[in-house]
Design a protein around this ligand. Structure first.
Ligand code: MRU
Length: 351
């Protein structure tokens, strides 16, 4: 076991935003400082910071980075819209910056149109610390699933690198490992950008959690051999009816779970639940560059003129989901009814 601590994906220190460049992992651990909103925008687009909660936290800080003293509400609105445009699918991005904006608008209504930057920064810090608490609670609520000698499968990276700490899908694994439970995780490599191979194997390995990397197309075979007791994935947006947008390939896993009668769980904070989106058909799926598919790492694999379709996410219909683990507990069907119960009108998680 390598005991070197995992660097934080997002860190705010001395009024500066530091991001771990996840495009360079696992070989290079490089932290870079964002001094202007443009570099935060670039980092989100290029997946230097990625994972729904982490991009929300980074964007909340991104609203204030480079600002001194005060900002007007109209200038803040421009900054919000600019950052929201960086990636469309993960609702946490819009959720976080709109929350800071709402806070600013409420302050401006009572006081003055020139809003102190320090107040907005405090709201961003609150989003950050609430996410950490959510992850810890997701870990506790998911813990009973991780029974002794069980075998799990996960996709993409919904671990500490994708959030403030612990992760969402990986939080029950960290919590179980801390409690001394023995278990094992299969990690899908997650083409095209290999978040499983580069990030999930790396962070589980660093925590001493037993894991085995498989090609995405090996998942059906591994399940057919009876080697998977359950699947846990994260989410980028959960619609009001429980449909789940997550990394491309998640839908295939959920269908396989249905076929092999394997429970399929989703772990996410309530900030990922979007009650304004009634079902998965309404979720905008980000399409990324052909280059990600025609290459493998640094190597050009397909010819440069190859026609490519590269959706970054897919939508799993709620009937394939056994349960959604949030910081408030396990929610099961009927999701239309039960997801709504997680939101109370005074809660900061309300959209
Ligand atoms: O494109 P990415 O790497 O940002 O996609 C990330 C995922 O799909 C995660 O599963 C999701 O954001 C949840 S992270 C806790």
């Amino acid at each position: 076991m390598n005991s070197k601590p995992l660097p934080k994906s997002v860190l705010w220190q001395d009024d500066k935003l530091y991001l771990l460049d996840q495009t360079k992992l696992p070989h290079v651990e490089e932290i870079f400082c964002c001094e202007q909103i443009e570099s935060v925008h670039e980092a989100i687009c290029a997946l230097r910071v990625r994972g729904a909660p982490a991009i929300g936290i980074a964007a909340a800080y991104g609203l204030v980075v480079g600002l001194t003293e005060h900002v007007s509400l109209s200038a803040l609105r421009e900054r919000v819209d600019y950052l929201v445009g960086a990636r469309p699918t993960a609702v946490n991005l819009a959720w976080a910056v709109e929350r800071v904006y709402r806070y600013a608008a409420a302050w401006a209504e009572k006081h003055d149109d020139q809003i102190p930057v320090a107040l907005l920064c405090d709201e961003a810090k609150l989003i950050h610390s609430e996410d950490a608490a959510s992850c810890r609670n997701i870990g506790l609520h998911g813990l009973p699933l991780i029974t002794a000698n069980s075998n799990w499968l996960t996709h993409c990276n919904a671990g500490a690198l994708a959030v403030s700490e612990l992760g969402t899908a990986l939080a029950p694994f960290y919590t179980a490992a801390d409690s001394g439970v023995q278990f094992h995780v299969y990690v899908d490599e997650t083409r095209p950008l290999l978040q499983g191979a580069r990030l999930t194997s790396f962070e589980l390995g660093r925590a001493g959690i037993l894991n085995t990397l498989i090609c995405d197309n090996a998942a059906a075979h591994v399940m057919s051999l009876g080697k998977v007791d359950g699947v846990i994935v994260g989410a980028d947006r959960i619609a009001a009816n429980g449909d789940v947008a997550n990394k491309i390939g998640t839908l295939g896993l959920a269908i396989l779970c249905g076929y092999y009668d394997i429970p399929f769980y989703v772990a996410a904070p309530t900030s990922t639940i979007d009650l304004d989106t009634t079902d998965g058909k309404q979720i905008l799926i980000e399409e990324r560059s052909a280059h990600e598919v025609t290459t493998f790492g640094a190597a050009q694999v397909a010819s440069l003129d190859t026609k490519v379709f590269n959706p970054a996410f897919d939508v799993t219909p709620s009937h394939l989901v056994k349960g959604i683990i949030t910081e408030q507990g396990m929610t099961t069907a009927p999701f239309e009814q039960n997801l709504g119960l997680l939101f109370d009108v005074n809660s900061s998680t309300t959209h």
